[in-house]
Every structure is written in structure tokens, then in C-alpha cells.
Design a protein around this ligand. Structure first.
Ligand code: M6R
Length: 364
């Protein structure tokens, strides 16, 4: 049931504070400020490489997790689209961990990749939203997201719940490997617990984003830029816009602009820049200014400090709460989802059932 909402996608976007909190409850012990994962019966410290495989939005969640695993747990991560992974004869490390991410748990390519890794003797973990799914059943370690049924074809709440689980998992690895002490673990747990309130604060910008959508709706092409763990969000923003509004959109690592895509820039191509203030801010802003110098129309998504510093010449700004870099990918997912949603509404497309797409891709 859609309740007071016009579309399932809209309802699911607004459910995020609740379902992320619900998901985090199974992976954190707030009272003790500890990460608490389900029983893991293999030695985490012996895992020296993780292979992540997924498709679509779930793949982008995996890409964010790569930054986290490498930064916090110092574990190298290989990541690939399931459809590529299956056919490229990947070299799997002995005793490695293969991690599959899927809302449905039934995506054909991801499931086949899982079965391949199982045959190769990898430890199989999966982050899935449907606990009775094939992937859930075939995994050694099941890490469920508690997003509830996701009806909209465009994945939203499953994505932020996947990020919540993956952040907890990366922190768990870091703790087990002795890379986070008690105090640092407590700080990470505290930041993760702030996520639902920050998601709510991000949702408060709904009306403003609905108005802004009219600036984007006439565009033929849109670019999204981000850096570090927010780069996958640029990819995710572009995917959301493409699939429901049918506007051509691309996500780029902001530093890649000058290696080609900047040639596309003129005053008809809106550029959405995801730049929370923090260690990568200055670099992203300098890429943004290169875009502006060529007449590009920028929508800057940042916090108060970032907007004060760099918002002046932008076509529009969206102010996010100030967040720890760890939870920025969760929080910044909201404005890109809302922007895609409102552009699609403005264009009158079928938001919940976009053309040519199925909710669960069970064919190869
Ligand atoms: O069920 P899964 O997470 O395995 O699905 C993967 C993709 O098909 C899915 O994320 C797709 O890209 C969505 N339509 C994105 O919004």
C-alpha cells in the first residue's frame, strides 16, 4: 500500500530513516557502542582479499564498501559486475571471501557468480533483502538488510540498508584485525547511529528538490560528479535518473572530468556535484570550477560549510546536514534519489514501472 504517497518509490525513499535504523539494530549494540555481527564461523583475520560481485544499484553499494574495507580494515577488495565476473575467469584467492549484494537475492548473473565461487571453495557471504531467496539459502554467511519489500523498480531503501550493513561489516573486520581500538569502534558506532536522523534531515529538502527538478527536466544529458566513497553515489544518481526519467546521465569520478567528459560541458548540461566538506572537498570543488569556467550549470550538494565556501556561482544548491565521511554515502543517496524522482514526476513518466525494466532480473 502506498498510503499517503503518490508512488511506491516515493514511499520507499521516505521509509529510509526507519528501515536503516531497523537494519542497524541487527548489526550494532548501541548500549555498549559495539559492532555486533551474526555468528561468523571463519577466521576474519585470515581473509586477505574480498571479492564483491553484484549488479546495478547493489554493485554501487559494493563500490562504496570497497572504499570502506580498504580504508578501515585494510583488506584489498576486487569488485565486478556479476555479468563480467562470470565470464572473465577471475583468479580467486585461496580461502578468500566472496561477497554478493542483492536486493532480491535472485538476480541471475549474481546467483550464477555465487555458485561459481562456491565451487571454487570461497567463503560465501551475501547481503540480501529477501531472506528466503536463492542467494540467502546458498550462503555461508547471511547478512540480511531489513528494508522490507521494495516495490518500486528503482532501488532506493535497499541501497541505503545495504550500505548500513556493509559499513558495520567493514568496521567489524577492522575491529577483529586490531585496527580499531575500543574507543574508535565506539566513535564509528555513534556515527552509524546518527544516520537515521541525518537521513531525516536530508528528506526535509524534498519540496526544494521538487522545485529544482524543473531545472533538470528539460535537459538531454546530465552529469554527476563525486570523489572517494561518494563517487559511487554519482554513478547511482545517474542510474536513478536514467531509469525513471529517461534522461541520459553519466556519473564520473570528479578527477576524471578533464580526461574527456569535460568536452561535453555547455550551459545545457546540468552537472550535479556531490561534495561533503572534508578531506576531498577542495579537490572536488576545483573540478567543479573547471566545469563552471566552461559555462556548466552546477547543482552543488554539500553541507553548510561547503555551500558557504563554494556555492556562490552554482545554479542551485542542496544543503545536507554535516556528517562524518563514513555515513556521507548513505545521506547523500537521498538528494540524488529525490532529484531523479521529482524529475520523473515532472516529465510524467511511470515512476514505479519504468519502460523496459523488471524489478528482478532473473534472466541472463
Ligand atoms: O535485486 P538486485 O539487487 O540483485 O538487483 C540488481 C539490479 O537489477 C538493480 O539494482 C537495478 O539496477 C535497479 N533497477 C536499480 O534501481
Amino acid at each position: 500500500e502506498k498510503g499517503k504517497y503518490r508512488h511506491f518509490m516515493q514511499k520507499e525513499i521516505f521509509e529510509q530513516p526507519t528501515v536503516v535504523a531497523q537494519t542497524l539494530r541487527s548489526y550494532l549494540r548501541p548500549g555498549e557502542q559495539r559492532v555486533a555481527l551474526p555468528q561468523i564461523d571463519f577466521d576474519i583475520t585470515a581473509i586477505d582479499r574480498i571479492t564483491i560481485v553484484a549488479c546495478g544499484t547493489s554493485y554501487y553499494a559494493g563500490l562504496v564498501a570497497k572504499y570502506w574495507f580498504e580504508q578501515f580494515a585494510r583488506v584489498p577488495v576486487d569488485i565486478d559486475f556479476a555479468s563480467e565476473f562470470r565470464y572473465r575467469e577471475p583468479i580467486l584467492p585461496k580461502g578468500g571471501l566472496a561477497l554478493f549484494i542483492s536486493q532480491s537475492g535472485e538476480t541471475a548473473d549474481t546467483l550464477a557468480a555465487l555458485q561459481h565461487c562456491k565451487k571454487q571453495g570461497q567463503v560465501i557471504a551475501s547481503v540480501v533483502n529477501v531472506p528466503t531467496s536463492s542467494m540467502a539459502r546458498e550462503s555461508d554467511l547471511l547478512l540480511p538488510t531489513h528494508a522490507g519489500p521494495e516495490i518500486g523498480v528503482a532501488s532506493t531503501k535497499a541501497f541505503t540498508c545495504q550500505l548500513a550493513v556493509l559499513a558495520a561489516l567493514a568496521a567489524h573486520f577492522a575491529v577483529k584485525k586490531g585496527l580499531l581500538n575500543r574507543n574508535e569502534e565506539a566513535i564509528i558506532v555513534e556515527h552509524l547511529l546518527e544516520a537515521p536522523a541525518c537521513l531525516n534531515a536530508a528528506l526535509d529538502h524534498d519540496e526544494e528538490i521538487a522545485e529544482m527538478a524543473h531545472l533538470i527536466a528539460p535537459a538531454r544529458d546530465v552529469l554527476y560528479l563525486g570523489r572517494g566513497a561518494d563517487f559511487p553515489l554519482a554513478l547511482e544518481g545517474a542510474l536513478k535518473l536514467k531509469e525513471i526519467s529517461y534522461i541520459h546521465a553519466e556519473g564520473y569520478a570528479s578527477g576524471e572530468m578533464k580526461h574527456g567528459p569535460i568536452a561535453l560541458i555547455d550551459d545545457k548540461v546540468p552537472v550535479i556535484v556531490l561534495a561533503p566538506s572534508g578531506p576531498l572537498f577542495e579537490k572536488t570543488v576545483s573540478n567543479m570550477q573547471e566545469v563552471q569556467a566552461r559555462g556548466g550549470k552546477v547543482v552543488l550538494i554539500s553541507d553548510k560549510q561547503g555551500i558557504e565556501q563554494a556555492g556562490e556561482d552554482c545554479m542551485a544548491v542542496i544543503e545536507m546536514p554535516k556528517v562524518h565521511p563514513l555515513i556521507a554515502p548513505l545521506v547523500y543517496a537521498v538528494p540524488v534519489q529525490l532529484l531523479a524522482y521529482h524529475v520523473a514526476v515532472a516529465k510524467g513518466t511511470d515512476v514505479d514501472q519504468p519502460r523496459n525494466l523488471a524489478k528482478s532480473v532473473t534472466v541472463e
